[in-house]
Design a protein around this ligand. Structure first.
Ligand code: SF4
Length: 63
């Protein structure tokens, strides 16, 4: 699994970082960045949860 943040949609609210801090991190640009190229099995549920909770639908997942 891979996950991506659309920087044009991200508002920097930080929800994704709270839900899945191993996967998403807010940068100094106040946009969430993905920390991992491949999302390991143990973080996939949290990644999906972050996508579901993102208020801007800025997170996408590629299986
Ligand atoms: Fe950006 Fe969505 Fe993460 Fe908020 S939850 S920081 S809008 S990607």
């Amino acid at each position: 699994m891979k996950t991506f943040v659309d920087p044009d949609l991200c508002l920097g609210c930080g929800i994704c970082e709270t839900v899945a801090p191993e996967v998403f991190q807010l940068g100094p640009d106040a946009i969430a960045h993905v920390l991992l190229d491949e999302i390991p099995a143990n973080l996939q549920a949290a990644t999906r949860e972050a996508m579901d909770q993102c208020p801007e639908q800025a997170i996408s997942i590629e299986e």
